[in-house]
Design a protein around this ligand. Structure first.
Ligand SMILES: CC(C)(COP(=O)(O)OP(=O)(O)OC[C@H]1O[C@@H](n2cnc3c(N)ncnc32)[C@H](O)[C@@H]1OP(=O)(O)O)[C@@H](O)C(=O)NCCC(=O)NCCS
Length: 168
C-alpha cells in the first residue's frame, strides 16, 4: 500500500504503531453516531478493530482481496484528521469508508482524502466500480459520496443508503 498526499493531508498506510494515537479519538461516541454497531466499548476493542483492519479479509468476505487503510494527518500541524479505507473486491470493484474526527469536521477533509483514495484505486488496482454504504440518516456521509461523483443506488436494506461510481 502506498502513502498518498492531498493538498493539505498526508495519508500514511495504517500500521500497528498507529494504535496508541487512535484509542482516544475512536472512543469518542460522536464518531459512531451512525455506526452504532461498530462503536468500540473500550481500548481493547479499538486495538482489536485495528488488528482486524490490518489483517487479510476474513472468510466471511470471500470476494474481498485486501483491505487498505490510511491514517490522515494535516501536513503542517501533524493534527490527526481521520482514517480512510478501501476494500478491494475480486471483480475490480471496491467499497470505501471514511472517518473524520470531530475536531476536523466540515473542512473538506473527507472529500479531499477520498478523492485521492479513489484515484489510487483506479490507478494502482484498476478498480472500475466504487461503492459507499451508510446508515440512512447519515447526511454527511451521503454528501461526501455525492461530492465524490457517486450516484445513489438502491440500498441492500431500507435502513441504509448506497452510492456507486462506475469508472470508464
Ligand atoms: C461524514 C464525515 C466523514 C464527513 O466528513 P467531513 O470531512 O466533515 O466532510 P467534508 O467537509 O468533506 O464535507 C463534504 C460534504 O458533506 C457535507 N457534510 C459534512 N458533514 C455533514 C453533516 N453532518 N450533515 C450534512 N452535510 C454534511 C458538507 O457540507 C460537504 O457538502 P458540500 O460540499 O455540498 O458543502 C464525518 O462527519 C464523519 O467521519 N462522521 C463520523 C463517521 C461517519 O459517519 N463516517 C461515515 C460512515 S459511512
Amino acid at each position: 500500500m502506498h502513502a498518498l498526499a492531498t493538498q493539505r493531508l498526508d495519508l500514511e498506510p495504517m500500521n500497528e504503531s498507529h494504535a496508541d494515537m487512535l484509542v482516544e479519538p475512536y472512543l469518542d461516541p460522536r464518531v459512531w453516531t451512525y455506526l452504532p454497531h461498530l462503536r468500540p466499548a473500550d481500548e481493547d476493542a479499538v486495538r482489536a478493530r485495528l488488528k482486524r483492519w490490518l489483517s487479510p479479509p476474513p472468510p466471511e468476505l470471500p470476494n474481498a482481496i485486501a483491505f487498505e487503510n490510511w491514517i490522515g494527518f494535516e501536513r503542517t500541524t501533524r493534527t490527526l484528521v481521520g482514517t480512510f479505507q478501501a476494500t478491494i473486491i475480486q471483480d475490480f470493484s471496491a467499497t470505501i469508508g471514511y472517518i473524520v474526527l470531530p475536531g476536523s469536521w466540515r473542512q473538506g477533509y473527507a472529500v479531499e482524502a477520498m478523492t485521492v483514495v479513489c484515484d489510487h484505486l483506479r490507478e494502482a488496482h484498476s478498480i472500475r466500480r466504487i461503492r459507499a454504504d451508510m446508515y440512512r440518516d447519515n447526511e454527511g456521509s451521503a454528501a461526501v459520496a455525492r461530492r465524490l461523483g457517486m450516484i445513489e443506488i438502491p440500498p441492500p436494506n431500507p435502513t441504509d443508503r448506497a452510492f456507486e461510481k462506475v469508472i470508464r
